[in-house]
Design a protein around this ligand. Structure first.
Ligand SMILES: Nc1ncnc2c1ncn2[C@@H]1O[C@H](COP(=O)(O)OP(=O)(O)O)[C@@H](O)[C@H]1O
Ligand SMILES: [Mg+2]
Length: 303
């Protein structure tokens, strides 16, 4: 059944992908409510309430049915997930649940789950002590290697270390600052390509390649990579949909690194952006995504 009420949970409604979603919703005659996690109150006061109630700051009660679309990214904190859990308890339908977001926001727990379920991931090592870096690096295939934040996005916290001294310094410095990092085998840009598949409600809706900028080893659109349309392979589609099902994500992007040694899942992003993939495909992916999420018929117009 079509759902005509949409609540977008975002702390930053000015972000381009949120703006695209809001505009798309309006075109679909759905009135979106944009709420910041910090502006709602979750309460359990009245005895006759089944679970909890959710109010806006002016005291208005938010009531289901409505579809809640969380836009939180990997930096979603404990508080955001708690509020999202409350929406679920209050009877709202969610695109991605707090439990599902918990699993993928930490890249290493996601990699562990993916590896355990038999999905291809790059060799990685999680460690805390800088003097353990050299031995781990050898097993990963030597330098350069990647040192990455356990939780990061948009290429931030993805660092290439050319030698042991640099990797040890990065591990030591970030640990001291309270940022956990892990090591990962590096695939040189000339030998790898980066493909993103967008999965909505269990089906691949669109795909793109992200072509790195000249001076960067990262292919994030935020880091100047150029989005380009691409045809995903049958294998990639099958893996991406299985990954979405595994993590119970109604909306996600599954990123692959295509290398001569095969394809590896780089990360699973539960708040994927819509600008790059719309540019790559020449389609209005925000609108197509909303149609699928809300169960509306028809196809989006080509933009
Ligand atoms: N092990 C790797 N080898 C080569 N390139 C990598 C590797 N890991 C990441 N990259 C590049 O850096 C980009 C950002 O890495 P990713 O793990 O997706 O972090 P983020 O969550 O910040 O996007 C990737 O899209 C890819 O282009
Ligand atoms: Mg990424």
């Amino acid at each position: 059944m079509a759902q005509k009420k949409l609540i977008i949970l975002s702390r930053r409604p000015e972000l381009p992908s949120v703006v695209l979603l809001v505009e798309a919703a309006q075109r679909l005659d759905v009135t979106p409510v944009i709420l910041s996690i910090d502006e709602v109150i979750v309460e359990r006061v009245a005895k006759d309430v089944r679970s909890v109630e959710i109010r806006t700051q002016d005291g208005a009660l938010l009531t289901p049915p409505a579809l809640v679309l969380p836009r939180m990214g990997s930096i979603s904190d404990e508080y955001s997930l708690t509020v999202l859990r409350a929406f679920e308890a209050a009877g709202f339908a969610e695109v991605n649940s707090a439990g599902a977001l918990m699993h993928v926001r930490n890249k290493v727990t996601a990699l562990i789950e993916l590896a355990s379920a038999g999905f291809p991931v790059l060799p990685f090592a999680l460690l805390r002590t800088p003097s353990d870096v050299s031995a781990a690096a050898k097993k990963l295939g030597g330098f350069p290697l990647m040192v990455k934040f356990i939780r990061g996005a948009q290429g931030l916290g993805v660092m290439k270390a050319g030698d042991a001294a640099t990797a040890e310094a990065i591990v030591g410095a970030f640990n001291a600052l309270g940022f956990d990092v892990y090591l990962e085998r590096f695939c040189p840009p000339r030998r790898s390509r980066d493909a993103r598949l967008l999965v909505v409600r269990g089906k691949v809706l669109a795909a793109m390649e992200r072509v790195r900028g000249r001076n960067d080893y990262r292919s994030n659109v935020h880091k100047g990579a150029r989005p380009k349309s691409c045809e995903p392979t049958e294998d990639e589609c099958a893996v991406a949909t299985r990954v979405a099902r595994h993590f119970k994500l109604g909306l996600c992007a599954v990123d692959f690194l295509r290398t001569p040694d095969g394809e590896f899942i780089l990360e699973v992003n539960a708040s994927p952006g819509f600008t790059g993939i719309s540019e790559a495909t020449g389609r209005d992916i925000a609108e197509e995504t909303l149609r699928k999420l809300l169960g509306l018929r028809g196809k989006a117009k080509r933009s």
